[in-house]
Design a protein around this ligand. Structure first.
Ligand code: FAD
Length: 177
């Protein structure tokens, strides 16, 4: 199986267009595309009036090695990986784990630790989301900055004001090996 870079479909396009685009991206004939599996779908609404759906697919093709040799950008052999939880220690903790910051990293650490039975304490210097929204709007309209609660600081961290598709840098060698 090959993993492909995201393929965009306009809202009026359908599954047959996806199949055609997969074959075109891989530079193969339709008959050489044995099948494909949808790994992820996400809405791309960054361009007003041109909403599209990005499809990440794994494709099964005839003569996979030949397709790989063509070195098409973003096309690679599919490696299925699942999240590996950290192993808990053997001794009970005297104090709860403390997490500083409720950005995506802090929230995820809190979730994982809670699922493992710990009772983490999350500390956040900024305000809750609702208050932050007002402070951020004030900054964007008047330039008046609240140093403690703004786009960067507050519940949800900087991720609160992103479009929700967080880049994981999963291919960065410093992240995974
Ligand atoms: C406007 C904007 C849009 C973005 N859009 C995207 C996007 O579309 N896609 C994408 O992938 N990435 C986006 N990013 C980047 C993304 O938000 C960050 O990579 C991500 O938030 C980092 O997560 P983090 O938990 O490591 O840190 P942060 O989100 O920075 O969280 C750190 C948290 O720690 C808190 N904190 C800091 N110091 C203290 C302290 N002394 N005590 C207590 N709490 C403290 C902060 O208030 C903050 O809540 C965007 C960033 C910004 C600013």
């Amino acid at each position: 199986m090959l993993k492909l870079p995201p393929i965009r479909l306009e809202l009026q396009e359908d599954e047959s267009d996806l199949r055609r685009k997969i074959a075109r991206l891989l530079g193969i004939r339709d008959g050489d595309l044995i099948g494909y599996e949808l790994l992820r779908q996400s809405v791309d609404a960054r361009q007003r009036g041109r909403v599209s759906i990005a499809h990440t697919v794994a494709a099964e093709v005839r003569n996979e090695n030949r397709v790989l040799r063509a070195r098409r950008p973003g096309v690679a052999r599919l490696v299925l990986e699942s999240y590996r939880y950290a192993q808990p220690g053997m001794e009970p903790l005297v104090d709860p784990p403390v997490i500083v910051g409720m950005g995506p990293a802090g929230l995820f650490a809190g979730l994982v630790l809670s699922q493992m039975g710990y009772r983490p304490l999350l500390l956040e210097r900024g305000e809750d989301v609702e208050s932050r929204r007002r402070q951020v709007s004030a900054f964007w309209s008047s330039g008046q900055l609240d140093g403690e609660s703004n786009v960067q600081f507050g519940e949800g961290g900087a991720g609160t004001f992103s479009d929700g598709k967080l880049t994981t840098l999963i291919r960065d060698p410093r992240c995974c090996n």
